[in-house]
Design a protein around this ligand. Structure first.
Ligand SMILES: [Zn+2]
Ligand SMILES: [Zn+2]
Length: 315
């Protein structure tokens, strides 16, 4: 979006929040008026549904995560809502032959990255290894859903083996890995042993995720979903230092599926283990947390700058 369009939108939403702020003394959406890009926005059934979420939670922009969606569709939506959708990530079933060709073609047509890749494979298995290599070759980031604890009996697990992911970071130094979901965030604590999808309580310092983010320049963290929000909420003494340490590596996203950006409908895909965010908009929850925990300069990195740098978004 042009700077003018972005500013115009920002001041429009800031203006509309002002009246509520005057009543309550403080805005209910202190990020309204800031540039914020939701980097974990799954493309919805209609562009209007996407816009309803963005407007409802006062977010200026989004990056689409798509699966088997053509570049033409994205182009049409971007033309319909100029400036709101800064780009798109492409995904397809990586366990099927032809996945590399499909993803290569998506990148050649303008996709900014791969993801999210959420499949019943091992993180160090051949299917994902092929994608790590391809992402490096095409110079795009790759967003992976790591989950070792099923939310329902039939769900299964995804990209398993995060605790040993260091070997992949070493083996593919030119790949920009974006970690996301349950296992990535639960391993923020050193004592995690796959006992729950979303562990609660104090964080034991020295967790795998904290260490890998610090040690490997090719690993980044996606703050989205109940998993990200839970990790940042469970130990308020831990969170400010964590956000400060990794202020150049963490990227805001919501992964929220609520209908109106205010918690209506279903926010986390009927996931029974994510009941803590039932009736809430995850975007709002996490933006509120980031606003009250970080400085304006760090908030800007998490909500905007890091995405632009890591994902090479055009805005
Ligand atoms: Zn996911
Ligand atoms: Zn929402």
């Amino acid at each position: 979006m042009t700077e003018l369009t972005r500013r115009g939108f920002a001041s429009a939403i800031a203006g509309s929040v002002c009246s509520a702020g005057a009543i309550y003394g403080q805005s209910a959406e202190p990020w309204a008026g800031d540039s914020v890009v939701d980097c974990h926005h799954h493309m919805r059934s209609t562009p209007e549904a996407s816009i309803a979420h963005l407007d409802g939670c006062r977010i200026s922009n989004a990056l689409f995560l798509t699966r088997d969606v053509g570049a033409d569709r994205i182009r049409a939506i971007r033309a319909q809502y100029p400036g709101r959708f800064l780009g798109w990530f492409a995904a397809t079933d990586i366990t099927r032959p032809g996945a590399e060709e499909i993803l290569t073609s998506a990148v050649k047509s303008g996709a900014s990255g791969f993801g999210e890749l959420k499949f019943h494979v091992e993180a160090a298995g051949p299917e994902l290894r092929r994608m790590y290599a391809l992402a490096a070759e095409l110079s795009v980031p790759i967003l992976i859903h790591f989950q070792e604890v099923p939310h329902t009996p039939a769900e299964g697990v995804f990209a398993t083996g995060f605790r040993n992911f260091e070997a992949m970071l070493k083996a593919y130094p030119k790949t920009r890995f974006i970690g996301h979901a349950d296992a990535f965030w639960a391993n923020i604590s050193a004592d995690y042993a796959n006992e729950a999808a979303y562990p609660a309580g104090k964080i034991k310092r020295g967790g795998v995720t904290d260490k890998l983010l610090g040690d490997y320049p090719n690993l980044y963290g996606d703050l989205s979903a109940n998993s990200g929000n839970n990790a940042l909420s469970r130990d308020p003494e831990f969170t400010p230092g964590f956000l400060d340490r990794h202020q150049d590596k963490l990227i805001f996203g919501s992964d929220c599926a609520c209908s109106d950006g205010k918690g209506g409908g279903v926010s986390q895909a009927n996931n029974p283990t994510a009941a803590r965010v039932a009736g809430k908009c995850v975007a709002r929850e996490t933006l509120s947390l980031l606003k009250r925990t970080t400085s304006p300069a760090v908030f800007r990195k998490l909500a905007w700058d890091n995405a632009h740098q890591t994902y090479a978004l055009k805005a």
